[in-house]
Design a protein around this ligand. Structure first.
Ligand code: 8YV
Length: 321
């Protein structure tokens, strides 16, 4: 029997890739992803595609009738780069990789909170540039996080993990805004207090951390006006999706010191970063590291691989969207 043909749009971590190669006829594109034309062609030539955030699968990609592909197994939890409705209309199933990257991504949110509040990037740049003049009683003073309020925008898995870590490790108070209030036991377990208005959450928080999905509903949720709702001492953290923040407005707010600092792992037009942000000492800028640990990336690969294997065994994939 011929094996299903799978295209990975970039190499995957070795364990997961080998696991797939032992079971399927796998082609690995060198990456970092495919453009729309190549993705359309791939849908005609392969039985399944293993994609990631930088493969933009818009409606047009699914326009060619009768695709050979029946499955898109996305390597990652976020899927706003895939038009799932168009994929389904073309007869495809789309899967993602929830759960396995929750803790790693929450770690990055905490790291950005600490780096931004303690001016870690700025300090490291001073040392490396040979500009450090030695210890000073008023040098590079940051802000303590203990007892401060962390305001979470969105309260899914990653936000809840961030709440637990910030409360336990940093002794912070936790508040959250979400369209739907969480169950009382989740609020009790995470210690998070519900705030029913986003503007109120922004006004009350010392650190605001974004945890909403990307896509049209959350595009520029944090814009110039919303940035003015925040305290001038506040820090904005984004480990969710770049377009949730109006990056130009954020750069201006940081430049004008209308907010104190930002810690970003994601950007509006990755891998391009707004040029004004690059020159700002009160912006901590990471290159989309959220899930980037060996353990997590292997787990994501295996979760996507299992979705592929279940599908071709005639069973429903675990993470069908
Ligand atoms: C992924 C992420 O590594 O899972 C997600 O949604 O943002 C990242 O951690 C990336 O999106 C690859 O698809």
């Amino acid at each position: 029997m011929t094996q299903p043909k799978i295209l990975l749009t970039r190499p995957w971590p070795q364990g997961a890739q080998s696991w797939l190669q032992a079971r399927f006829d796998v082609t690995v594109h060198p990456g970092p992803g495919l453009d729309a034309a190549a993705l359309s062609e791939a849908l005609l030539a392969y039985d399944a595609l293993g994609t990631a955030v930088n493969d933009k699968l818009s409606k047009d990609v699914f326009a060619t009738p009768h695709p050979r592909a029946k499955l898109i197994a996305n390597f990652g939890v976020g899927y706003e780069h895939i038009d799932v409705t168009a994929a389904k209309a073309a007869g495809l199933i789309v899967t993602n990789t929830p759960d396995v990257l929750t803790e790693a991504t929450a770690d990055i949110a905490l790291m950005l909170m600490l780096m931004a509040s303690r001016r870690a990037g700025e300090g490291e740049r001073q040392v490396r540039a040979g500009h450090w003049k030695g210890w000073g009683a008023k040098a590079l003073m940051g802000q303590s996080l203990q007892g401060k309020t962390l305001g979470l925008v969105g309260f899914g898995r990653i936000a809840q993990a961030t709440a637990r870590k910030a409360q336990r490790a940093l002794d912070m108070r936790i508040a959250y805004y979400s369209r739907r209030r969480a169950a009382p036991e989740i609020e009790a377990e995470t210690g998070a207090r519900f705030v029913s208005s986003l503007d109120d959450l922004l006004a009350q928080s010392d650190v605001v951390s974004l945890h909403v999905p990307g896509g049209a509903d959350t595009h520029h949720l944090i814009d110039a006006v919303r940035l003015t709702r925040m305290k001038t001492s506040a820090i904005l953290i984004n480990t969710a999706r770049g377009p949730v923040v109006d990056e130009a407005a954020l750069a201006q707010a940081l430049l004008d010191r209308r907010i104190w600092a930002a810690g970003l792992d994601v950007y509006e037009h990755e891998p391009v970063v707004h040029p004004d942000l690059l020159g700002l000492d009160n912006a901590v800028l990471l290159p989309h590291l959220g899930s980037a640990t060996v353990e997590t990336r292997e787990a994501m690969g295996m979760r996507a691989a299992e979705n592929i294997a279940l599908f071709f065994a005639g069973q429903p994939p675990r993470d069908a969207l």
